[in-house]
Ligand binder design. Structure first.
Ligand code: FAD
Ligand code: DHB
Length: 384
């Protein structure tokens, strides 16, 4: 079998890249180790930057987002119960769209015309410095695909980054000493906009998926187990960390999903190795506080798609030569913002009382400075 491009991974990065390539007439196959249902069952991000919204529309998969997503003109920050609304629209004329990653993935899957192989086991990539080829097992048989380019869109634990020789790649990493416990519930949101709360007991976030479905998170220790968190314990902890106004408005119910995500900052450099490219979580991880993970994956593949189309259709390497440095510039800005939001809003046991006073001063500075708020708004909405 031969295809121009083999994409490893059918998360949002792989599916969007496949979509952009097929619309330009470039033939790409996607190999995904899991089933389609498993991919759709993962509950992850919920906030889309304007650039992601525009890309979904440009790719012809924006109709349901436009009908069912909710545009948000601001968000609310809390610090020990004191509140600050950051008005993105008034400050910088930007908004974000609340529309779940699950729905983005579903829309991209539904639109796809090319071949996606789900349940592709033991994917291996070969000779990406020369004439690349990929092997995988499916239904007990080994298959081989020859190709011109390989796109590693296979997430943080994927095979592509792991296949690069150690001396050809440098990685930068910070692992945080806590995770996020998330709960999805079929109840209306506690507030019209997202609420990011710092509290002495730890961070809390009130997010939403629709007018009838809410997503909540609380900071928990890195070694906590989901089994130790009954729904009642979660609701009590969440409400204890919010201002009375928001806490009273939380509508509780039986959780329909509950999971813990570790928090990490990670960047690999470079992101091109001959004819292999890394994009999305395969290339970088941000802590979720700034809502950047999915958006960065989308901005990576927008650049990669243009580069690959240029290479295949116009036989020009200019785009693929520039890919790594182009996307890394944006990646590091998003890493900085995500790290900053994480530092402001979480409790870091090791920084003690001095650390908490500095966090309070940062919040007070934000509350009193339109310029500081505009900077937050620029970064949060992706207008950088
Ligand atoms: P992924 O979505 O990870 O997709 C990679 C795909 O590759 C997967 O389908 C995987 O099954 C497949 N794959 C992996 N290895 C192989 C292999 N060897 N062969 C074939 N296929 C393979 N971001 C936010 O902004 N907010 C959040 O609340 C948030 N929560 C998150 C919670 C968790 C548990 C995780 C892991 C991430 C979260 N993120 C969040 C980040 C965001 O979801 C990711 O940035 C986004 O999914 C990146 O998309 P991707 O396509 O690059 O990677
Ligand atoms: C959601 C996740 C985030 O990390 C975030 O910053 C905002 C919203 C969510 O899952 O809805």
């Amino acid at each position: 079998m031969r295809h121009q491009v083999v994409i490893i991974g059918a998360g949002p990065a792989g599916l969007m890249l496949g979509r952009l390539l097929e619309r330009a007439g470039v033939d790409a196959v996607i190999l995904e180790q899991r089933s389609a249902d498993y991919v759709l069952g993962r509950i992850r991000a919920g906030v889309l930057e304007q650039g992601t919204v525009d890309l979904l529309r440009r790719a012809g998969v924006g109709a349901r987002m436009d009908a069912e997503g909710h545009a948000h003109a601001g968000c609310r920050l809390e610090f020990d119960g004191d509140a600050l609304r950051v008005d993105f629209q008034a400050l910088i004329g930007q908004q974000v769209m609340v529309y779940g990653q699950t729905e983005v993935t579903r829309d991209l899957m539904a639109a796809r015309e090319g071949l996606t192989v789900y349940g592709a086991e033991d994917v291996a990539i070969h000779d990406f410095d020369g004439k690349p080829w990929v092997t995988y097992r499916k239904d007990g048989q080994t298959h081989r695909i020859d190709c011109d380019y390989i796109a590693g869109c296979d997430g943080f634990h994927g095979v592509c980054r792991a296949s690069v020789p150690q001396d050809a790649i440098k990685t930068f990493e910070r692992v945080y000493p806590f995770g996020w416990l998330g709960v999805l519930v079929d109840q209306p949101p506690a507030a019209p906009e997202l609420v990011y709360a710092h509290h002495a007991r730890g961070f809390a976030l009130c997010s939403q998926r629709s007018s009838t479905r809410s997503r909540y998170y609380v900071q928990v220790g890195a070694d906590e187990k989901v089994a130790d968190w009954s729904d009642d314990r979660f609701w009590d902890e969440l409400r204890a960390r919010l201002s009375p106004e928001v806490a009273q408005a939380v509508r509780t119910g039986a959780s329909i999903e509950k999971s813990i995500a570790p928090l990490r900052s990670f960047v690999a450099e470079p992101l091109r190795f001959g004819r292999l490219f890394l994009a999305g979580d395969a290339a970088h991880i941000v802590p979720p506080t700034g809502a950047k993970g999915l958006n960065l994956a989308m901005s990576d593949v927008a650049v990669l798609a243009d580069a690959l189309i240029e290479a295949v259709v116009e036989a020009s390497d200019a785009g693929i030569d520039a890919y790594s440095s182009t996307v890394l510039a944006r990646i590091w800005k998003a890493e900085r913002f995500s790290w900053w939001m994480t530092n402001l809003l979480h409790v870091f046991p090791e920084t003690g009382d001095f650390g908490r006073r500095i966090q309070r001063a940062e919040f007070d500075y934000l509350a009193g400075s339109r310029l500081a708020q505009a900077s937050l708004a620029e970064n949060y909405t992706g207008a950088f």
